[in-house]
Ligand binder design. Structure first.
Ligand SMILES: C[S@@+](CC[C@H](N)C(=O)[O-])C[C@H]1O[C@@H](n2cnc3c(N)ncnc32)[C@H](O)[C@@H]1O
Length: 263
């Protein structure tokens, strides 16, 4: 017997997604339809989406800076606002820089930095083995080591004092605010990707402390932050002898801080 043709009910899917609170229900419906090859698969995907699983975890990929980035379950989904981090890095980087992407997550930021900066050397680090595995997949075939560990710890000691650029989208949500995040983040992304300690700056302060040792004189640290936290972060950086500047992109609701290690 010939298999029954798969004729999805697009309007019904859009209505279902909209009723579940998906703001971009039409776009999401298109993506789910493209990912499903049978009525059963589509129903399973829609059920999980309506139950709150992030679209990107269902599809297995996210779009970031015009690139398709694989995203495994539990791994942080690259956010559109993080394009500012890549732009801010490009604005301060010299030609053929030596770059480290700390807290690389899926490796989406690393891929975008590779495309935007043409670095001489590029490495990525994450403490979460699931993120490292995902980033290795995204960076397969490139000469970009993805290392497991805490911030600068896994880098080769010979790189100390020689980095032109350190980029970090580290966790910066204050611990108490994690419970207030949308369920998609709270329940489906690893807590280590979100929780930045009591004031949200615990990891970023350590990133800045390490930058003083690992950056070459004249090198830059570039980090993402919320607008509300930017001044406190800049004060910590100034106390370390770095020279910070705040960069904002209201169209992405994004803030970044660049900090130069003086020569
Ligand atoms: C907000 S996510 C950003 C991921 C990626 N850069 C992006 O923008 O999509 C933060 C990442 O930092 C990692 N992380 C948290 N603490 C870390 C640490 N001490 N050392 C290295 N990575 C860390 C988490 O595992 C998570 O993947």
């Amino acid at each position: 017997m010939a298999p029954t043709a798969f004729r999805p009910d697009r309007p019904a899917l859009v209505s279902r997604l909209r009723a579940a609170g998906c703001v971009y229900a039409e776009d999401e419906a298109e993506l789910l339809l493209a990912a499903a090859d049978s009525a059963e698969t589509l129903t399973a995907l829609a059920d999980r989406r309506v139950a709150g699983v992030p679209l990107e975890h269902l599809l297995g990929w996210a779009e970031f800076c015009g690139l398709r980035v694989a995203v495994d379950p539990g791994v942080f989904v690259p956010r559109a606002r993080t394009a500012l981090l890549v732009e801010a890095a490009a604005a301060v980087a010299g030609p053929a820089p030596v770059v480290v992407d700390l807290c690389c997550g899926s490796g989406g930021t690393t891929l975008a930095l590779a495309a935007r900066l043409a670095p001489r050397r590029l490495a990525a680090v994450d403490v979460d083995p699931a993120a490292v595995a995902c980033a290795r997949r995204n960076l397969a075939g490139r000469d970009v080591p993805v290392l497991t560990g805490d911030l600068y710890d896994p880098l080769p000691p010979s790189w100390r004092g020689r980095l032109d650029l350190v980029v970090a989208n580290a966790p910066y949500v204050p611990t108490e605010a994690v419970a207030l995040l949308p369920a998609e983040a709270r329940l489906h992304e690893a807590p280590v990707a979100l929780d930045g300690g009591a004031d949200g700056l615990a990891v970023l302060r350590r990133v800045a402390r390490g930058a003083v040792e690992w950056l070459a004189p004249g090198g830059h640290l570039v980090v993402e932050i919320s607008d509300r936290q930017a001044e406190a972060l800049c004060a910590s950086m100034r106390a370390l002898g770095l020279v910070p500047a705040v960069v904002r992109a209201p169209e992405w609701d994004a803030t970044a801080v660049t900090a130069r290690r003086p020569v």
